[in-house]
Design a protein around this ligand. Structure first.
Ligand SMILES: Nc1ncnc2[nH]cnc12
Length: 591
């Protein structure tokens, strides 16, 4: 069975490579006079690099004196391997192409990506085709396959079944399964999850965990079940627990969880072996990307006291070794793919020059030419469609049989707590006055894209004076609609459909006060990351005006229907309690 590979090599390429290594033929490109960051030996060494095609042929003192090669004068510079992001979610408003161009310009030459939004939005044959098309880019876009929809959506579970996953696992650009967010179902015997994880393992692929807050004993079970890496440690103790149990430990500093200051100062003096540690940005929202990407992680880790060479190893040779491809990438040595960053000095990891696959792709943070990727029309994630009939404000009504209702209290951008609130109802069982008589409650509904069902709830601490917000950007890939005024909620959703998908906020007169089109399946934008930085800042500013108390509303919109987080979530079945896996309040059929 096929293990992970990066790029295949033909006989002819091999012949050119070996001839150049022997000094018999000319290289295509030379990086001369620089200080090589040798991630294998952990040293800085004066040496030259010769590149033929997309691979390094020679590392050493040999000085190039020919005339044909492109020579990069690296005197006074540090030359490092391209950076590797081992765990990415390339769809936080941006799409995987925009993500790729942004991070490549900052020296990340390989990213291992989540496929969740793609699987939810496409047929599985299209997903494989998309992986093939993305593989044509100079940045290597590699994929992990989810084993569950990360939401309580039984009607979508087949997309994560054994047939699609085992077929996609044969794709050479798929290196792992996971992150396994519904690990409880896996260890409790979900057969498809078990079979998929075992198939991945038999193919020498990795199984990534998502073991947020788990105890030593539960981590034992997950490790026994086959988890090979995890990025959910939020303090030094949790990181050490993973290391001690043989789990590769990916340290995270993301927009939602900027954890390095909590983890690193305590962890650094305690770790004696860094060879099984990696670092991740974990799918940051657009603003984060302004400060860099993996280069920012290296810089921040060094600022917090990590040895600089170790910081680079954590994002180069370590992830390459973890994924079993260290003979191909992760360091500067003969035979390796020529993914090379030229840095002004070791303490400045943002490259002056990025070489990917043996060619210069970026200078001073800008790509030398745009990446030529697939068009979204070709891939087939069309904009959202308008419903055949008008949106009804009463779709957002909340009905109950009981005297209390499980309100979702938003305690930070991602976590909700269950708050049973007493309610009054009219003769039909419709809750009346609960939202209207309270300052900080909003209606919240998850509406199926064809309006076949709706899950109605009430949320606290989202906003105090929001009339209506609608978003086609949700973890469930349905519509999320929030607000205190049901007619305004319907108007916001109407507008989302008019613009082909996105996020819209309207005021009490139904005037649009914020609008962000996301036309790729309604889940991702085709805008540049810079445009999305502006748009996401504006979203936060508009919501703050409306009394939103938190700092990352993009993640809130994404996660309100994601069942991997405490405590209550919206789902196709109804309000779902993560811990007990119980539906607290059922959804309604609309047609
Ligand atoms: N579990 C997750 N799913 C989607 N996007 C994410 N970003 C960070 N964690 C994520």
């Amino acid at each position: 069975m096929a293990a992970n590979t990066v790029r295949s090599i033909t006989e002819q390429e091999w012949g050119r490579l070996v001839a150049c290594a022997k000094g018999q033929t000319e290289p295509d490109l030379v990086v001369q006079g620089g200080t090589i960051l040798n991630v294998y030996s952990g040293e800085l060494m004066e040496a030259n690099l010769w590149v033929v095609g997309n691979r390094i042929a020679y590392l050493g003192p040999r000085v190039y004196e020919g005339t044909q090669a492109q020579v990069i004068d690296a005197r006074g510079k540090v030359v490092s391997p391209g950076y590797i992001e081992p765990h990415a979610h390339p769809f936080q408003l941006y799409n995987p192409m925009r993500y790729a161009e942004t991070i490549l310009a900052r020296g990340t030459t390989l990213s291992v990506n989540d496929n969740l939004m793609l699987v939810l939005g496409m047929e599985f044959a299209q997903v494989g085709r998309f992986f093939e098309l993305m593989a044509q880019l100079p940045i290597k876009m590699i994929w992990g396959l989810r084993l569950d929809p990360q939401a309580h959506l039984p009607e979508k579970k087949h997309k994560f079944g054994h047939i699609p996953v085992s077929r996609l696992l044969k794709n050479p650009y798929v290196w792992q399964v996971g992150e396994v967010t519904d690990w409880k179902s896996w260890i409790d015997g979900d057969e498809e999850m078990r079979d998929n994880a075992l198939t991945a393992r038999a193919m020498h692929k990795r199984v990534e965990g998502h073991a947020a807050g788990v105890s030593w004993d539960t981590l034992n079970v997950l490790t026994a079940a086959g988890v090979t890496a995890d990025h959910e440690a939020i303090n030094a103790e949790e990181a050490l627990r993973r290391l001690r149990l043989g789990v590769w430990t990916t340290l995270r500093h993301s927009s939602l969880r900027p954890d390095f200051p909590q983890i690193l100062p305590e962890l650094i003096p305690q770790v004696k072996n860094w060879s099984r540690v990696m670092m991740t940005t974990d799918g940051p929202t657009p603003e984060y990307l302004q400060n860099g990407y993996t280069d920012f992680l290296i810089r921040h880790a060094i600022e917090l006291g990590m040895d600089p060479i170790t910081a680079y190893q954590l994002v180069t040779i370590n992830p390459a070794t973890y994924y079993g491809v260290d003979a191909e990438i992760g360091g500067l040595a003969p035979g390796r793919i020529a993914d090379i960053n030229v840095l002004s000095n070791l303490l400045n990891p943002t490259p002056e020059l990025v070489i990917a696959e043996g060619r210069i792709v970026a200078r001073d943070g800008e790509l030398v030419e745009p990446l030529k990727g697939p068009s979204w029309a070709e891939i087939g994630m069309p904009p959202v469609k308008k419903l055949g009939s008008p949106i009804q404000p009463n779709w957002f009504d909340v009905y109950t049989d009981g005297d209390t209702f499980p309100v979702m209290r938003l305690s930070n951008p991602a976590i909700t707590r269950r708050e049973e609130m007493p309610v009054e109802k009219d003769a039909s069982g419709r809750v009346v006055g609960l939202v209207e008589n309270s300052e900080d409650l909003c209606y919240v509904s998850l509406l199926q894209r064809e309006a076949e069902w709706v899950c109605n709830g009430v949320i606290q601490h989202f906003a105090t004076s929001l009339a209506g917000l609608a978003s086609s950007y949700t973890g469930a890939r349905e519509y999320l609609v929030l607000g205190r005024d049901k007619k305004a909620m319907a108007a916001a959703l109407e507008r989302v459909q008019e613009i082909g998908g996105g996020i819209v906020i309207v005021d009490e007169n139904h005037n649009v006060i914020y609008e962000l089109p996301l036309i790729i399946g309604g889940s991702m934008g085709d805008q540049t990351v810079e445009e999305l930085v502006k748009a996401s800042r504006e979203l936060l500013a508009v919501l703050k005006e409306l009394g939103h108390p938190h700092y990352d509303p993009i993640y809130t919109l994404l996660f309100l229907s994601s069942a991997h987080l405490p405590e209550v979530r919206l789902s196709s079945q109804g309000l779902f309690e993560m811990k007990t896996k119980r539906v607290l309040h059922p959804s309604r059929t609309l047609r």
